[in-house]
Design a protein around this ligand. Sequence first.
Ligand code: GTP
Ligand code: MG
Length: 277
Amino acid sequence: MTTQTQTTSAACETCPVHNAAALKKLGVDMTDFDFVVALAGNPNTGKSTVFNALTGLRQHVGNWPGKTVTRAEGGFLYGDNKYKLVDLPGTYSLLATSLDEEVARDFILFGQPDVTIVVVDATRLERNLNLVLQVSEITNRVVVALNLMDEAKRHGLQIDERRLARDLGVPVVPMSARQGEGIPELLQAVSEVAKGEVAGKPYRVKYVSPELKRAVEQLTARIESAYPDLPNARWVALRLLDGDERIAEAMRKGELGDLTHGSIEARAAQLQVIGNQ
Ligand SMILES: Nc1nc2c(ncn2[C@@H]2O[C@H](COP(=O)(O)OP(=O)(O)OP(=O)(O)O)[C@@H](O)[C@H]2O)c(=O)[nH]1
Ligand SMILES: [Mg+2]
């Protein structure tokens, strides 16, 4: 083998396609994980399909929305790191209206995942982007899995994923999870964001009014002092200013503290959510 060939093959080993070999599905083994990754997305976009592909577990998959109703967790090894992957119920928005949406919302907002993968349906991009923008409001660590690309192609839809990534300010990985296409690239993107090698700079809605900005800042500070362990106090402040009765009620009853990372973990342990074995 010539030096040239060796160089080429060594370089090639770092490409995502070859890194596929670096995935080890760990099933329910989540001991000593380095990173927590959440799978969020609208209902029926392929979250559990991705979850199963990465963990080797068998979460319920089917072609109708609302199958996953509670959290499921599994592990995988990629490169030198162990990951805990959390499959969530589908949700259209972080303004949860149903119990399973609430499970997803609570984990995305308060579970402090290191990376949130938002799985979107490439054939219904506009509707799906709503959640991407909402998640982008609360964290920089987002990867968009642009799933069902096979369906999009079948319908003659063309998506400029580079442009989309630029506009959203986060990595976008086109994929067809059911066929396993794009999984290596997704893993690569997730590991880069988890390790801080790639820093997203998500598009955020700009608050034009200085009064609103000031009100948000003041209220955020008060919430932070009342609930020092609560991540995303700013989101809670925005919801309160928007007149969200459920959040106001949780605040009045002192239940907001139940949404901190530790409490969510404890509640999950009680529920024993791995119902897929
Ligand atoms: N054609 C195609 N179908 C897919 C792809 N990924 C997943 N599916 C199918 O889409 C349907 C929904 O997949 P799930 O993984 O159950 O979706 P989910 O997001 O977990 O759904 P909920 O838990 O109900 O929110 C299933 O029939 C999958 O087989 C894909 O890339 N292409
Ligand atoms: Mg599911």
